[in-house]
Design a protein around this ligand. Sequence first.
Ligand code: CS2
Length: 452
Amino acid sequence: MSAPRLTRESARGVSARPGVRGPLVEPAAVGVVHLGIGAFHRAHQAVYTERAAALAGEREWGILGVTGRRPDVARVLDASGGVYGVLVRDGADVSVDVVGAVVEAASPDQDAERVVAAIAAETTAVVSLTITEHGYAGPPFSPPIELLVRGLRRRAAHGAPLSVLSCDNLVDNGAVLRRIVRAAVSGDDGVARWVDDAVRFPRSMVDRIVPATTAEDRRAAAVLTGFDDAGLVVAEPFSEWVIEDDLAERRPRWELAGARVVPDVEPYERLKLRTLNATHSLLAYEGEARGHTTIAEALDDDELARRVEALMAESGLTLEQPPGIDVVAYRAEVLRRFRNRGMRHTVAQIGHDGSRKLPIRVGGTIGDLVAQGVTPDATARVLAAWAVHLRRGAVVDPLADELQAAARAARDAVELAELVLRLPGIVPDAVAGRRDVRDAVAAHTAEILALA
Ligand code: CS2
């Protein structure tokens, strides 16, 4: 029996049902253009934006979401008037937050002109991005960056200030984005000057575990809401957003919804990348080698749990304590989050795109450890597990073909270790040729190869 569809109309009153909240807002205008409206944005920034708008009593913060890798999302969200649910899973407990912040969806190919016009519109105050690590390459620039730049060129005509907010897991994402945009507009002095004067590129750190939505998630949400929801996303209860206090004046009051707006994002970002994301990658690659399917299962493996703790302790040597965060409690919370049995977060999904993720999750740590006179050990294990994945696993990566071919051609653990250390950009150049680092990676590689 199929349930009626969740739409903006049908969602009115849905919060009367137990375990269901929202929608909290019915925006009257688009104030935010988001490039890359995948599951993560819908479970994270859109939720903050909706709560902030509701708490401030503002109706100007509707989101125009531009699709990324999944163009069908535009159709799904158009059909529901932008409304969708976030199924929050906490162990066996489930609840649904129905979100009303998204008012329009667009595809970058079919609706490019509408997106460019929205970026240029004076009513828009924020362009945010979740375009994954790949999106920041170039020139040639990725389609979302091309759209952003077209929008900025047009906006320069009236020159209203704007915040361009990267929400991707990169080191210093704001500065990276500013550099790309500046490179793209460099031929046009007027636009470049306006970008320098009036466009802010705050750095931000985002955190919420958002596994791929399954048919079972859709069924569980339908039981609670009474509606079928093709736009449903699933998430853990935890959520964190730290934004650099360098936003243009007009913007949603995200801090009302729990975001931290701080002078310096760097310590938060490092802590997250080197603690949560680095251990995620270890669990993904070594979990695969040990036959586990999900992160929670992998962490149930005592040997892996010990390795994760060792990795957190080792990367901790390179971290400073961000204001308001107790690092020991933070680590314990990350482990608790990974153990959430409600999340079927697969090691395969997290293992994607290692060549883009590992430089910032472990490469920097290795460089910093060596600079402190420490030979990386637990951190070297992540590269070793990745090397074994490249040789034996189902590799999804922009460099998949070349990496797999090279890993299969390696004759032994030492050659595999050399392969990953010498790939450009994985570890800092200063450590790529070091014998002690190679030996550490090779020793772990040999151990993991022997697991099968
Ligand atoms: C994960 C992250 O897929 C991955 O590589 O490590 O997406 C992780 O779930 C998020 O960064 C959590 O905020």
